[in-house]
Structures are given as structure tokens and as C-alpha cells.
Design a protein around this ligand. Structure first.
Ligand code: SF4
Length: 292
């Protein structure tokens, strides 16, 4: 973590505020690589389409659009010639559809997500049922489910897992950005239901690092600020984790900071989800330092 100090001007009192910034806040390696790849493709002079927003962050989306990179919500909407698959990956049927339409596919599926897809496909090929712990509406989970065969099930809570009738062979996988604590509870329940079941911990270590760091910082400060878009699932997970420990505010950018966040506060922690660009984190920290 990085310690900074600043002055927050509050309505009633001038308060010395110490800002503790998480070292691992912001873009993860997968997102950073995808953004670089897509910008390089756009320099070749053709329009580039991403299947869904490349990053769940409106400011990054705007920056990409200024560089000829546009988000579409279906393969059919991409008028060519380049379609980018984002870090979340997609089901095999989506890849086939894009290629059959003659689109050049740039596959930015994160290697860590690809590993989960491969595990799902291998399990399905051996006749095992695949259970995925994650958010069923998240594109990464939808993509993994597409590789996991017909009997695959997605559960987002212990209650949902408990209702499933399971028998061997069954394999449990987890969305890369799920909470470690929640997965530990799901894994215990899964093994209780299917003692011979196989569990693959497919949590992303970078996400774990961010979460551990956020917990360590939250324990040592009065208030946490998590920087990220309301549409970013991993930012939402960070908020939930921090909120278990300290009052926590989610801001999309410096403009969302409010003086009352820091009333009576001496130390404030700052972290950010994997889709938050460095420039937004910097603006938030600078605004807190300046206190205007
Ligand atoms: Fe890859 Fe992890 Fe980033 Fe997801 S959070 S894109 S799995 S590095």
C-alpha cells in the first residue's frame, strides 16, 4: 500500500486526512493486455468492434470510441471487419458464428478464463456434470457454461447449491472474480453433498491479491473508497468485502466524492476494481489530497 496525506475541507472542520492507496488498485494484467491489443488493432485504420464493452467502465469506453473501437451487443451488429472477444471469453458457438460471418476474430479471452473454459470442456467430455459458482448474468459465467456441456448448472449462493441434486462425477468451478470467502463456503457445501466431487479453484490470483490488500487496508483505516463503475462486477465485490469491515463508498470518479464521506475520518483507504483505469484513481486521490 502507498501512504499519502492530504487535507479534506469539510463544512465544519479542516481535517488532516491520510490517504492509503492500494498498490494493486486498478487494471489487472488481462484487462491491461486487452486494451493495448485493441488499441494496436485500431491503429491499422479499420473499425474495431468489441463484443460487449471491453472494460466495464464508461470512461474507458469513451476513450476507446475516440480511437475507433466500438462496442456491439451481438455478432450480427458487427459490420466488420474485426471483432474482439473481451477478457470474459465467450461460448464456442459465438466464436463459430463470428468466423462463419467472415469476421476476423481477435480473441482477448484472459488466459485465466481460458483455463476455466478448458476445465469445463474437459469435464463435460468425460461425462462429468459441471457446476459453476458465479453470477449467472455475468458474461464470463455464460461463456464458461457454453463450454461445460448440456447438464451444466450455475449457482450464485449456498441456497441454490443446496437445492441441486448432485451425484458423481461432478466438478465445481468458480467465476474468476468471485469472493474467496464465499467460494470457501460453497466448496465445503459441495464436498458435503458430493464427497467424491472434484473442485478446481479457478479464482484469479490477481483478484485475490486485490481483495486481501483491500481487507488489510480496510482494517487499518476509518473509511474506504472503492473506485469503479457501477457496471463493474469485481468493483462491486470489492465494495461488499470492504463494507463488511468499514463504511465504504463506491465512486465512479473524483466528481462522486462527497465531504460527508470523511466526517470524523483521519485515515481513508482507496482501492479500485480491475476495470478502473489509472487516470481515474489518480484523479480521485488528488481530489482527496487537495480536499476541494
Ligand atoms: Fe484475467 Fe484475473 Fe483480470 Fe479476470 S481479473 S481478466 S481472470 S487477470
Amino acid at each position: 500500500m502507498i501512504k499519502l496525506s492530504g487535507i479534506a475541507v469539510l463544512p465544519e472542520v479542516l481535517l488532516k486526512l491520510e490517504v492509503v492507496l492500494a498498490r494493486h488498485a486498478g487494471f489487472c494484467s488481462g484487462v491491461r493486455k486487452a486494451v493495448v491489443t485493441v488499441l494496436a488493432a485500431s491503429k491499422e485504420g479499420t473499425e474495431v468492434y468489441t463484443l460487449g464493452p471491453l472494460v466495464h467502465n464508461e470512461m474507458v469506453g469513451q476513450y476507446l470510441a475516440e480511437h475507433g473501437v466500438y462496442s456491439v451487443s451481438s455478432v450480427e451488429e458487427a459490420t466488420g471487419p474485426v471483432l474482439v472477444i473481451r477478457t470474459h471469453g465467450v461460448a464456442p458457438a459465438v466464436l463459430e458464428k463470428a468466423r462463419s460471418r467472415g469476421l476476423k476474430v481477435i480473441d482477448c479471452t484472459c488466459p485465466r478464463v481460458r483455463r476455466v473454459q478448458e476445465l469445463a470442456a474437459e469435464a463435460a467430455a468425460t461425462g462429468a456434470r459441471v457446476v459453476i459458482f458465479g453470477d449467472p448474468s455475468h458474461p464470463e459465467v455464460a461463456g464458461i457454461a457454453g463450454w461445460a456441456g448440456d447438464g451444466a448448472a450455475v449457482v450464485s449462493s449456498a441456497g441454490e447449491l443446496d437445492k441441486l441434486e448432485l451425484q458423481e462425477p461432478t466438478v465445481l468451478l468458480v467465476q474468476t472474480t468471485a469472493s474467496k470467502e464465499d467460494f470457501a463456503a460453497i466448496k465445503a457445501l459441495f464436498l458435503e453433498k458430493v464427497p467424491g466431487g472434484k473442485v478446481f479453484d479457478t479464482l484469479c490470483p490477481e483478484t485475490g491479491l486485490k481483495q486481501d490488500e483491500a481487507i488489510a487496508i480496510a482494517e487499518s483505516v476509518d473509511t474506504m473508497v472503492v473506485v469503479g463503475s457501477a457496471t463493474s462486477a469485481n468493483t462491486g465485490t470489492m465494495v461488499e468485502i470492504c463494507r463488511r469491515l468499514k463504511p465504504t463508498y463506491r465512486v465512479a470518479g473524483a466528481g462522486d466524492l462527497k465531504p460527508h464521506f470523511f466526517t470524523g475520518c483521519r485515515r481513508v483507504g482507496v482501492t479500485a476494481g480491475a476495470s478502473t483505469p489509472d487516470w481515474t484513481i489518480k484523479e480521485v486521490v488528488e481530489r482527496m489530497e487537495k480536499g476541494d
